[in-house]
Write a protein that binds this ligand. Structure first.
Ligand code: SF4
Length: 252
């Protein structure tokens, strides 16, 4: 069985050790495995090289009239055996492994096998998954230690019927080990996140609001507009530490 992974700029599978930049584990050292493929198409996605293939008509904020923000699937996607992925992860420190994307839940069956392989290590790593919350976890519910669920709000440009599926969100809301991270541009986005938290009975301490942006300047500017409403609702703020440290690059 194989996994479909993203590639770095130099063509390597995007498996790397870095500092978690977002959410409840921000600041912790982690090993990341970036999966390729996504069932959503956010207009501001900063990993569009995992899904925005040439020949598709998905819009993106980086589209130019003569140069849409598109990627070649054959150049950006690499298939690796699960044992190969597990071995590459094991070569890095495995205190915690973050399975991210793209949308990892599109490869649930293969991930179940990968997690089983990773858990065989003498010091089994903490397994975290970053998901857009539109696909139920299935058997991964028992295999994963921490879910960071990032439902996509209206400003992402997705079809809400797909991005905000009530049955799926209810499933994640019912998991004690699931935290929610909402990308926001302004106070109205925070209010939309609050309405979802209220509808699905997600306690404020489980909610993180993160400014949308791929530069330090943009993150700082948006954070200023978000702070008061985050305080009003009793949510958590999360920055994008990796953007400040490394910029918007792959494999870091
Ligand atoms: S869900 Fe995540 S990976 Fe998919 S398009 Fe949106 S931001 Fe990008």
């Amino acid at each position: 069985m194989q996994l479909r992974l993203a590639r770095t700029e130099t063509g390597e599978a995007e498996i790397f050790r870095s500092i978690q930049g977002e959410g409840p584990m921000a600041g912790r050292p982690r090993t990341f495995v970036r999966l390729s493929g996504c069932n959503l198409h956010c207009v501001w996605c900063d990993t569009a090289y995992t899904w925005n293939w040439r020949g598709t008509d998905f819009a993106h904020v980086r589209d130019a009239a003569d140069a849409p923000h598109k990627f070649d699937l054959s150049e950006e996607l690499i298939r690796l055996d699960i044992d190969d992925v597990a071995a590459r992860v094991a070569q890095l420190s495995t205190e915690g492994v973050v399975l991210t994307g793209g949308e990892p839940m599109m490869q649930r069956d293969a991930l179940e096998h990968l997690i089983a392989a990773l858990k065989q290590a003498a010091r089994a790593p903490l397994i975290e998954i970053e998901t857009n919350g539109s696909i139920v976890p299935g058997a991964l519910e028992r295999a994963v230690d921490l879910f960071v669920v990032s439902p996509k709000l209206a400003h992402s440009g997705n079809n809400a019927a797909v991005a905000l599926n009530p049955a799926v969100l209810r499933t994640y809301a019912g998991l004690a080990n699931a935290y929610f991270k909402f990308v926001a541009r302004d106070a109205a986005d925070v209010a939309q996140a609050a309405a979802l938290a209220d509808r699905f009975s997600i306690a404020p301490h489980r909610v993180y609001i993160m400014p949308e942006g791929v530069t330090s300047d943009a993150l700082r500017q948006r954070a200023q507009f978000l702070t008061q409403s985050i305080l009003d609702y009793g949510f958590n703020f999360t920055d994008r530490l990796h953007v400040h440290l490394f910029g918007a690059r792959r494999g870091i």
